[in-house]
Design a binder for this molecule. Structure first.
Ligand code: FES
Length: 680
């Protein structure tokens, strides 16, 4: 008995015998091979492209002859004429099996494709979006078997796509009849099925075959900035990334001052909710405009945020988060209509997913970092620090993961720093100070050259030297410590004590003059004593949070440190360690993960199964609440010294020698006073 031809798919390796004449798309579906299709095999969408291979395949035990597939047909020819098919490609819905064949499914034809992140520490994102397009042909109405248009659309979806119940909201329902008639009973629909949904939702409908794309926004809603990535929901590609300042800053720079604002001003929470929602609408509009897409094609948004931002976004008064036991209104993930958050720039039926919070002050942003960095898969003990106005800190490995949030304040983001500015051309980002001459040299964003290299002046002529960005501040203060301009308590010495005229009196303290262009009406860029105190408070909070997690884990050392966050990505590991921001580890064990919270949001946007995953993971993470932990204060105080009052930084000592200097105050600077005033 002769067997039906064998069809082997690569890269999946799936294989099966199929009757002569079976379309490749049908064979793929029967074997569960990941081959895309929007038009259901009608030769319209071109998503089903495959590449047949011919010749001997000893590995597979087949010989594929040139006539293993049906001949190139008129549908393929039409598509090739109109759009062009890559050489060797066929449409899987048109080419039929004629003999044994090996079929390669290229990445762009796979629905659940992996999107490879470019960074060295990258993980791949699997594409499995909650919203997809389906082209469907619907029966015309018939007086003898009266049914509604929506019901016939549902029947067609069931027959042609095996789709179960579809629900529709009124605004979309009103558009079903015109779309069906205009499309001559063929339409493309956008269907959304959340990870916990038993049914699909009709989000939008277009007459005929819709050529456009669907998009999603992954939004990292931070206390200081709101960052968004616009992603193509078919391939995960980031079309555009943009960020704006959070307008709530005017109600308070840090989270607790916003909670206080809500407590002390009736309706204050509503005011902040309105502001942030408006900002998100503005951001969505501008990002769509820059990417030159219709914002109505944005069908989904995923939010990650800390608990206070979470509540203010949702319109929930954050007052409970201002006092122990810091009860969240809900820590579960949320799946909502975008309209419920007044998101009216994007598609009116768009859906929103908000990652779960871990608990108390540990929010959905920490959950997103966990999703992106996967400490629960780590063999060694990893400390992951997402540096922002609040630091999200995770410590863990395969056996256990702990998390806390530490109130670092906005100093790391350049706020509260006299010459601080955001990372933009003209900002000083790298600094070294000669330990003998105490003279600085620096690099600014936009120039590869150092300030003492020939050609520097010309390169920076257009931007100037405008201020110091967050990573620059870390470097300059650490360099001041290495050069003996500042002592371990954080005090800047006088010109006499330090041996440099760059130590300039400022009231009863001193400042270090980094760059002076005042003769040319340019800025005078200094590091003041107050700047150092602000960074000391921030770094102590960060270190104390990490140390608290280490106590809880019962360890004195970690194996590696991952610095995340837009700012964390640019911090020099050596300088962070000189300051004592992070525990002492070998320098090559400090890596940077970029915007891990934003990446976590992108993963949840592109892969609906990741939503299940993170919801399960947060249940297993042990949360440590810094605000009520007495040891936090102890750790905080010990960590104000630079690098630390009591801990030995052995790895650091092997690469840099810190001078033993002490500059007597004789000033009214007193870090403890600020600490006491400091609000959490
Ligand atoms: S499935 Fe749409 S063109 Fe083949």
């Amino acid at each position: 008995m002769t067997q039906d031809p064998l069809v082997i798919f690569t890269p999946s390796g799936k294989r099966g015998h199929f009757e002569v004449g079976t379309p490749i798309l049908t064979a793929a579906r029967k074997l569960g091979v990941d081959l895309d299709s929007v038009c259901g095999g009608r030769g319209i969408c071109s998503k089903c492209q495959i590449t047949p291979s011919f010749g001997e395949f000893p590995k597979h035990g087949v010989t594929v002859s040139q006539d293993a597939l049906s001949e190139w047909n008129s549908v393929e020819q039409r598509y090739d004429d109109k759009r062009g098919l890559k050489k060797g490609r066929r449409l899987g819905c048109q080419a039929t099996v004629q003999g044994d064949v090996v079929i390669d499914v290229p990445p762009e034809s796979q629905v659940h494709k992996q999107v490879v992140r470019k960074a060295a520490t990258a993980r791949d994102i699997t594409m499995d979006p909650a919203t997809r397009l389906y082209y469907v042909e619907v029966d015309e109405p018939d007086m003898h078997t009266p049914t509604g248009d929506m019901e016939r659309l549902q029947t067609a979806l069931a027959q042609q796509w095996d789709i179960g119940e579809v629900r529709v909201d009124l605004p979309v329902l009103t558009r079903v009849q015109p779309a069906l008639r205009k499309g001559k009973w063929a339409v493309t629909v956008a269907l959304y099925k959340g990870h916990n949904d038993a049914h699909e939702r009709l989000l939008d409908i277009w007459p005929g075959y819709f050529e456009g794309r669907l998009y999603g926004l992954a939004i990292d809603l931070g206390s200081t900035t709101i960052a968004a990535h616009l992603c193509d929901l078919r391939n995960g590609q980031v079309l555009e990334s943009a960020g704006i300042m959070n307008p709530q800053i005017r109600f308070g720079e840090d989270l607790m001052s916003r909670v206080s604002y809500a407590m002390m001003n009736p309706g204050g929470d509503k005011e902040m909710t309105t502001e942030v929602r408006q900002a998100i609408n503005d951001l969505a509009g501008s990002i769509a405009e820059t990417a030159e897409i219709d914002p109505k094609q944005i069908m989904e948004c995923v939010f990650v945020c800390n608990p206070v931002m979470h509540h203010l976004l949702l319109g929930i008064d954050p007052v409970e988060l201002g006092q122990a036991p810091f009860a969240l209104a809900t820590s579960n993930s949320l799946s909502l209509e975008a309209a419920a958050l007044d998101m009216d720039v994007i598609n009116r039926s768009a859906r929103v997913y908000i990652l779960p919070c871990i608990a108390g002050h540990v929010g959905a942003d920490a959950a997103a970092v966990a999703l992106s960095e996967e400490p629960y898969k780590s063999e060694d003990l990893a400390l992951i620090v997402d540096v922002g106005t609040n630091a999200e800190i995770l410590l863990g490995n395969k056996s256990r993961v702990l998390a806390c949030s530490s109130p670092t304040g906005p100093a790391f983001e350049g706020a509260q720093i006299s010459s601080g500015q955001r990372a933009a051309p003209g900002a000083i980002e790298h600094v070294t100070i000669d330990p003998v001459s105490k003279e600085p040299r620096f690099q600014v964003i936009g120039s590869e050259l150092w300030s003492d290299e020939p050609g520097f002046e010309e390169i920076i002529a257009s931007t100037g030297i405008t201020g110091i960005c967050g990573s620059g501040i870390i470097e300059v203060i650490a360099e001041m410590r290495i050069a003996g301009i500042m002592d371990p308590s954080g005090l800047i010495g006088s010109a006499e004590q330090t041996g440099t005229a760059r130590s300039v009196p400022e009231g009863r303290t001193h400042e270090y003059l980094l760059h002076d262009a005042s003769d040319d009406d340019g800025p005078r860029i200094t590091v003041t004593q107050a700047d150092i105190r602000a960074i000391q408070l921030a770094k102590s909070a960060l270190y104390a949070g990490a140390r608290l997690l280490m106590d809880e884990m019962g360890v004195d050392k970690v194996d590696r440190v991952v610095l995340a966050g837009a700012f964390g990505a640019h911090i020099s590991a050596k300088h962070a360690m000189v300051l004592g921001m992070i525990p002492d580890v070998p320098l090559d064990k400090v890596s940077s993960a970029g915007n891990a919270a934003g990446t976590g949001a992108r993963i949840a946007l592109c892969d609906v199964t990741a939503r299940h995953k993170i919801e399960k993971i947060v249940q297993e993470i042990t949360k440590v609440e810094t605000a009520i932990e007495p040891r936090f204060q102890e750790h905080f105080i010990a960590a104000t010294a630079i690098p630390h009052a009591t801990e030995r930084f052995e790895n650091l000592a092997s690469i840099v020698t810190l001078p033993e200097v002490s500059f007597n105050a004789g000033s009214d600077d007193e870090p403890g006073r600020k600490r006491r005033r400091r609000r959490r």
